[in-house]
Design a protein around this ligand. Structure first.
Ligand SMILES: Nc1nc2c(ncn2[C@@H]2O[C@H](COP(=O)(O)OP(=O)(O)OP(=O)(O)O)[C@@H](O)[C@H]2O)c(=O)[nH]1
Ligand SMILES: [Mg+2]
Length: 321
């Protein structure tokens, strides 16, 4: 039987980082397929992940939990037929709930070994009221407190207590019996997505799904949280500094920026990865597409338009999402 893990967690918490750092390291001899879904219709994670894994399936439009169950299931079936993987890892979009994906995998006869919710320990306070984030914690049985390098031990203890509180409050229940779907959960700490191997060893196998909550009601979270994204393209040649300047001017409600840009002063294209004020850059040797930045946050349309007006290089397409 094929095993799988679902990796969930809010925008920019470190899901892809976990896939590139931990998973690759712990399963060198296994055939691994990655399914990645990104918020919005332009995916950049898959470009990063294809540098590491040979089989990456990108489910790119919308969010898998809302509209794409069919596309998800047929995509996964295809990857199984073509590649015959031993383990499938599904990275859900930061804006989707894990439970419907869990159900889809079960539908396909794939064993779900765990639903891992990655948490940004430094920024948990900034997003813990978000209903999607709460359902992501509630719908998982392994919690990984990532980015612990950015906080002290005392802060980590405080965040852990907050996480447990949210987890317990939003723990997903069987709607028929009122009992939690997962019997228990475990919490690990990590830096750069590097977790202990036991997280993946199936020892926390989802033993007992008491009874699937068939009438699980989907939360219309994208509307409720007003999470939106805007894609802006670079219209002229730019320097590395231009990208930095744009990121410095971001208002607080834009908390996630991803993109790929070619700049004059660096040989390879650069993958830009910004989350809650922190930014990292990575070279992407294979990329020769357009230079773009994807802005994600709450009610951001006006802010992105202003950023584009203030910058000589950025512009929104006439029909933007
Ligand atoms: N300091 C620090 N930065 C981290 C850590 N883990 C990830 N990051 C950084 O956080 C940013 C977001 O990481 P990703 O792995 O892309 O996050 P993600 O959850 O896949 O993001 P989405 O798919 O967009 O929701 C990147 O700039 C990473 O380099 C960590 O443990 N410590
Ligand atoms: Mg990602």
């Amino acid at each position: 039987m094929i095993s799988s893990f679902v990796i969930t967690g809010f925008l920019g918490v470190g899901k892809t980082t976990m896939l590139t750092n931990s998973v690759k390291q712990y399963f060198p001899d296994k055939k691994i397929a990655i399914v990645v879904n990104e918020f919005g219709d332009i995916g950049v994670d898959s470009k990063v992940l294809t540098n590491v894994y040979s089989e990456v399936l990108e489910i790119s439009e919308g969010c898998i939990c809302c509209q794409l169950a069919e596309e998800f299931e047929s995509g996964v079936s295809e990857i199984i037929e073509k590649y015959d993987p031993e383990i499938i890892f599904v990275e859900t979009s930061g804006a989707s709930e894990p439970f419907p994906i869990f159900l889809s995998l079960q539908n396909l006869g794939i064993s779900v070994e765990g639903v891992i919710c990655v948490v940004d320990s430094k920024n948990f306070d900034a997003y813990k009221e978000n209903s999607t984030a709460q359902y992501q914690l509630g719908g998982s049985n392994i919690i990984v407190m990532n980015k612990t390098d950015l906080i002290s031990d005392e802060e980590a203890m405080a965040v852990e207590a907050e996480i447990r509180e949210v987890k317990e409050k939003f723990d997903i229940k069987n709607t028929m019996t009122g009992k939690p779907v997962f019997k228990n959960y475990v919490l690990h700490r990590a830096e750069q997505g590097l977790v202990n191997k036991e997280v993946f060893e199936g020892i926390y196998r989802v033993e007992e799904l008491i009874e699937l909550a068939l009438d699980h009601k989907h939360l219309d979270h994208t509307v409720k949280d007003s999470l939106t994204q805007k894609v802006a393209y670079f219209t002229t040649d730019i320097k590395f500094q231009d990208v930095d300047d744009i990121l410095e001017k971001l208002p607080k409600n834009i908390y996630r920026v991803k993109g790929v840009v070619s700049v004059e002063d660096v040989h390879n294209a650069i993958f830009v990865n910004y989350a809650f004020g922190d930014v990292s850059f990575e070279e992407l040797p294979e990329y020769d597409g357009k230079s773009l930045l994807i802005f994600i946050g709450e009610n951001i349309d006006k802010d992105v338009a202003e950023l584009c007006d203030a910058s000589d290089t950025l512009s929104l397409p006439r029909f933007s999402i």
